[in-house]
Every structure is written in structure tokens, then in C-alpha cells.
Design a protein around this ligand. Structure first.
Ligand code: PMT
Length: 400
């Protein structure tokens, strides 16, 4: 069964090919998709292409359905079928039509009829996008519940660079997915740490660990989907930040600690901190300003302990009267439960997420995880193996 039904409205911008990419990501993620195209869009890409990809007829002509005897009127049926209605790309023309309630093409007529979540991804020339008329029309759409996936700075069809380039397709799909989540964390602040830290030895070498950042990024994505004001503080990783999440890149454990202090100082009200980062426990005692050369004999590296970020942040929050709830992770290769339990009190945690990192099918680098939640009162809950996003959702659900 499909996760949800998406009606994709396609209009005539040079970014039209992005509609195909969005469609293909949606299908891969398990959504059922139907397509509606304006007449001008059909001149740029044949509806046959969308028909082949969706295995369904594309809605192309408002007049045709008016003239037919079919009582199952297409735009009404599609409007009802949709859980999400998304326009990719959205031209200045369709934005104007939708904001003023026009209904003379297959896209604007669905926009006016549907009760589904409504999302648009504008794409146009910079001057056109920044034109007060377009901005006013976007405001009207926002006031009427439309979510705008803001265009980004980039190369434009008119051989210029500037804002107006359509948002990344993954971001558009994230916004579509996000619209289906209940906003339990609306108005709440969630800070997530992710990835490893890297502790420099000299300008070319460092100590780090196997964390890919996937678990922390999945938590940030889900927190955002659930409506949180989300900040992600991450060590060096090769991952794209989830749409709408504030990302802060750090290198060393001490940088992560400083960034956390800054973010917590700024935040008002309750703050949820989830420490998914694999912070390096040790750092070189001495940093060499130039590259260490081989000497032909044994090389000894002396290590110091890094501060325990979680314990320090807990103290910092108390001293500064901050209402902080902390969830920790425990990465263990042996005696998982016993070792994890010891960290709850030491670090002042609400609960700890115990991770068996000796397994290669979960935890470090994997797309999946399997964890045991251990609470301060000794209660335990296993979350069976699932994608890191599903695990993240389950962890966050316990903090609602
Ligand atoms: O990034 P992935 O590839 O997706 O892998 C995910 C993960 C295995 C890294 C993640 O699920 C995980 O288990 N993260 C915690 C790793 C870790 O550092 O565990 P720990 O048992 O060493 O530390 C316990 C807790 O204290 C953690 O919340 C850690 O962030 C924190 N800590 C650790 C050391 C330190 N100096 N200060 C800390 O605050």
C-alpha cells in the first residue's frame, strides 16, 4: 500500500525536468503519484513521459472533462484522492492564478478544489521572483495554508546567477513528507549532535571514529518533520542537512561543547538535547604546528581526555537556569546494558539509547539501527531493527 497519495502539478518553467526527479524520488519512497499539467507544460514535456512513470493518465485538459459525460469529474476526483498537492515547478503565472482563485487550467483548478496539504516549489528569474507582485502573491498563498519550498541561489536559464533556482528535489520531497506528520514539537527547541569529532594531531592528521552522522541527521530530520525548531551540531560528515534545520559544523569535541553552550544560551523555554554524536573521548595532548616527519623509530602519541560534553552541558544548563532535557546514546561493544546504565546518572540523562556497535548490520555507517532505551528508573524498551529515520521517530515520540 502507498504511504500517501500525491498529486503533482506541473507548470511551464525551464526547471520542468525537476518534476520528473521529484516524481521518481516520491515513487522510490513509496508514494502513489498522479500528475496534472498545464497546456504550456505539455509543450515542454509530453504527458506520455509522466504517464509511463506513474502508470496513470495525466490530467491535461479542463475543457475535455467539462464536455465529457463522465460524472466522476477528474479535478474533483484528483482533489479528493490527494493527501498532498504539490506544484513543481511553480511559475509566477501559476502562483498568481492560485493566489487569486483562477481555475482555468488543470493545476489551478485542483489547487482551488483540494483540501490536501498544498506545497509549491517556485522557479523563475531573480527579478521576477523578487518582484513585489510575486512576493505579495506568495504571501497570499502562505496565508491560505500553502507551504513554499523557497528557491535557492543558483544558475538560472537566463544565464544569470541568483535566487530563483528551484529548491533541491530531495528538499521538496522532504517538505512533502513532513506535511504528513503531526507537529507535536511545534514551538519547542530540539538540539541534536551528530557524527564523530576529529581531534587534530598535526595539520594533516587527526583522531576520529566510525560515526557517519546518519543517526543524528535522521533525528534532526524527524524533529523538523514533527515541527521542532531544530539545530544540528555536527562533526565532519558527508551528509546533506535536512530542509529547514539549522546546521553548525564543528571539528573537535571542545568546538562541539562551545557550540552547544552558545545555542543553549540563546534558547528560551524547554530545550531537548539529543547527544547522538560519537564524541572522541581522547585528544592528542599536544598539537604539532607542522607535519610530523617519520624518524625511523617508534612514534609515541600521548593522549588527554576530552571533557564529557553531556555532563558539562548539564551543569551549564543548571547554572544558567535553562530547562534542559538530555537524551544520551551509548555505543558499546560489550556489556551493553550495564555500561549504558552507568552513563544515565553520570551524565544526567532522561534516558539513554543503547547501541551495540559490534554489529556490522546496524549503528556505525549503516542505514539501520536497533536500540534499547534505558530509563533512569531502570525500565527498558527495545526498538527492533529499522531504518535510522524510523528509530529517530520512535525516540522522539517518547519525548512528546
Ligand atoms: O553516526 P552513525 O554512523 O549513524 O552511527 C550512530 C552512532 C553509533 C554513532 C550513534 O547511534 C551512537 O551510539 N552515538 C553515541 C556514540 C558515543 O559516543 O557513545 P559513548 O558511549 O562513547 O558516549 C555516551 C554519550 O556521551 C553519548 O551521548 C555521547 O554523545 C556523549 N559523550 C561522549 C564522550 C564525551 N567526551 N562527551 C560526551 O558527551
Amino acid at each position: 500500500m502507498a504511504k500517501a497519495n500525491v498529486v503533482l502539478g506541473v507548470t511551464a518553467s525551464i526547471a520542468i525536468y525537476k518534476a520528473l526527479e521529484v516524481l521518481s524520488i516520491l515513487k522510490k519512497r513509496g508514494y502513489a503519484v498522479r500528475v496534472a499539467m498545464t497546456e504550456e507544460a505539455q509543450e515542454m514535456i509530453s504527458p506520455v513521459v509522466f504517464e509511463a512513470l506513474t502508470n496513470a493518465e495525466v490530467y491535461t485538459d479542463v475543457m475535455e472533462e467539462i464536455e465529457s459525460d463522465d460524472t466522476n469529474i477528474t479535478h474533483v476526483a484528483l482533489a479528493k484522492w490527494a493527501d498532498v498537492f504539490v506544484v513543481v515547478p511553480a511559475t509566477a503565472n501559476i502562483i498568481a492564478k492560485m493566489s487569486y482563485g483562477f481555475a482555468d487550467d488543470p493545476v489551478s483548478i485542483i489547487a482551488l478544489t483540494t483540501k490536501a496539504h498544498k506545497i509549491i516549489a517556485p522557479a523563475m528569474n531573480t527579478d521576477m521572483y523578487l518582484n513585489p507582485i510575486v512576493q505579495k502573491n506568495l504571501e497570499i498563498l502562505k496565508e491560505n495554508g500553502f507551504v513554499i519550498v523557497e528557491p535557492i541561489d543558483g544558475e538560472l536559464a537566463c544565464n544569470t546567477k541568483g535566487v530563483g533556482h528551484i529548491a533541491l528535489c530531495e528538499d521538496i520531497v522532504d517538505v512533502i513528507e513532513s506535511s504528513l506528520y503531526f507537529k507535536h514539537f511545534e514551538g519547542r527547541k530540539v538540539i541534536i549532535t551528530a557524527g564523530p569529532t576529529a581531534e587534530p594531531i598535526d595539520p594533516v592528521r587527526y583522531i576520529t571514529n566510525r560515526s557517519s552522522g546518519k543517526m543524528g541527521f535522521a533525528l534532526a530530520k524527524m524533529a523538523k518533520f514533527m515541527g521542532a525548531d531544530t539545530t544540528l551540531i555536527t562533526g565532519p560528515v558527508c551528509l546533506r542537512e535536512p530542509y529547514g534545520v539549522k546546521r553548525i559544523d564543528v571539528e573537535r569535541a571542545t568546538d562541539m561543547l562551545d557550540a552547544l553552550k552558545r545555542e543553549i544560551s540563546k534558547a528560551e523555554g524547554e530545550i531537548i538535547l539529543i547527544m547522538a554524536a560519537a564524541v572522541a573521548d581522547f585528544k592528542p595532548k599536544e598539537y604539532k604546528e607542522s607535519k610530523i616527519k617519520k624518524s625511523g623509530s617508534e612514534f609515541v602519541l600521548v593522549l588527554d581526555e576530552n571533557p564529557d560534553i553531556t555532563a558539562e552541558i548539564n551543569r551549564f544548563a543548571k547554572e544558567n537556569d535553562k530547562n534542559l532535557i538530555i537524551v544520551g546514546f551509548a555505543a558499546e561493544t560489550n556489556d551493553l546494558i550495564e555500561n549504558a546504565k552507568k552513563k544515565i546518572e553520570k551524565k544526567g540523562l532522561e534516558f539513554i539509547v543503547a547501541n551495540d556497535v559490534s554489529r556490522s548490520d546496524i549503528a556505525f555507517g549503516s542505514d539501520d539501527n536497533e536500540v534499547i532505551l534505558i530509563y533512569a528508573n531502570g525500565k527498558r524498551e527495545k526498538i527492533n531493527k529499522a531504518s535510522k529515520e524510523e528509530i529517530a521517530f520512535e525516540i522522539l515520540r517518547r519525548l512528546i
